[in-house]
Design a protein around this ligand. Structure first.
Ligand code: APR
Length: 313
């Protein structure tokens, strides 16, 4: 049996870490794809990773390429093509640059990787994954955006540190768009089944919610560019669930057709990922306050999607 092929579109910071995790977890052979001016860089990164695999004992192959033909037959496509944020920029500020890039990637993906499960990471996430699906016309089960897994991970870390418990025991879903009005769901947040409100005071929880909402910006402020370890880990959890049919329940940007009262919109909701891609969207019961927060977040996503829809291409 041949190994799965995983094509990583964009060989930058997140692309490199994605490749590293694919090799470490032996998820399949990897194509690290970038534009022709970056082909030699992608090849160098691939070679470095393969040399590391000789030490770690992984047999996964990694190649760098700017030829879409090398991506043909991929089971999974993870897209980070585009530019990341600089300090002071919002994710939405990236739309003018990243929109033509996602369209180019969508056209090539359609031609060369028609059977792939696609995970989009490029920002502004909810609009970029929307455009990828619109442009390819692919089924909603096979096009998903990575955001909730990352936002939840950030929230879980802050809560674990505050409560002085293992990160393994914290479960903290974050729904809505991947922007500053994302919706951390405190009512559904538990520490090994115990309501978080019994372990952390309300004022502190509010502080951690605010820090989670600005979690990406905090790192951009510190590093001068976007995070890459945690975003890559989020996408790999999703890819692994697909490839191994794990049926993990993760918050992801999924295409909504009536769920939570929204239509023709990508937004973060809990989904089940298995061999069929997005196999199910879970509809949680939300109270009035949570619904209002989700509506605000959906409004922000819709604004940027409307910009995308109005742009020719
Ligand atoms: N096809 C393939 N790769 C492309 C294309 C394209 N059409 N256009 C640009 N790229 C490549 C760039 O050459 C670069 O190597 O995408 C890569 C992006 O890498 P980085 O600049 O290091 O950005 P990164 O931190 O990986 O973030 C990528 O993910 O989280 C989002 O906001 C982030 O939109 C950004 C994206």
């Amino acid at each position: 049996m041949s190994r799965n092929k995983i094509a990583l579109i964009g060989a930058g910071n997140i692309g490199g870490e994605l490749a590293n995790l694919c090799v470490a977890k032996q998820l399949g052979d990897v194509v690290l794809f970038d534009i022709p001016p970056k082909e030699s860089f992608a090849k160098g990164k691939a070679l470095d990773l393969e040399q590391a695999s000789a030490l770690s004992g992984s047999d996964a192959k990694v190649i760098g390429s700017s030829n879409w033909e090398d991506c043909a037959g991929a089971s999974v496509l993870i897209i980070t093509a585009g530019i990341p944020r600089k300090p002071g920029q919002s994710r939405d500020d990236l739309v003018a640059t990243n929109l033509p890039i996602i369209r180019n990637v969508a056209d090539n993906a359609k031609k060369y990787c028609p059977d792939a499960f696609v995970i989009v990471i490029s920002n502004p996430l909810d609009a970029m994954v929307y455009e990828f699906k619109r442009r390819t016309g692919w089924d909603k089960s096979k096009v998903v955006g990575m955001a909730g897994a990352l936002d939840s991970a950030r929230f879980q870390l802050f809560l674990a540190r505050e409560a002085g418990v293992s990160v393994k025991d914290v479960r903290a879903p974050v729904l809505g768009g991947h922007g500053d009005d994302m919706v951390p769901l405190l009512r559904y947040t538990t520490i090994n089944g115990m309501p978080v409100g019994q372990l952390i005071a309300k004022a502190k929880l509010d502080e951690l919610v605010a820090r989670t909402r600005k979690g990406g910006g905090e790192i951009v402020g510190l590093m001068g560019t976007s995070a890459y370890f945690a975003p890559a880990a989020g996408a790999i959890a999703m890819a692994e669930s697909f490839l191994l049919n794990q049926k993990r329940l993760l918050a992801c940007a999924a295409y909504l057709e009536g769920e939570y009262g929204y239509n023709d919109l990508y937004m973060g909701v809990p989904v089940v990922i298995g061999a069929g891609g997005i196999e199910k969207v879970i509809e949680l019961e939300l109270d009035a306050e949570e619904k209002a927060m989700l509506a605000k977040s959906a409004g922000s996503v819709q604004t940027i999607v409307d910009v995308v829809k109005k742009t020719e291409g």
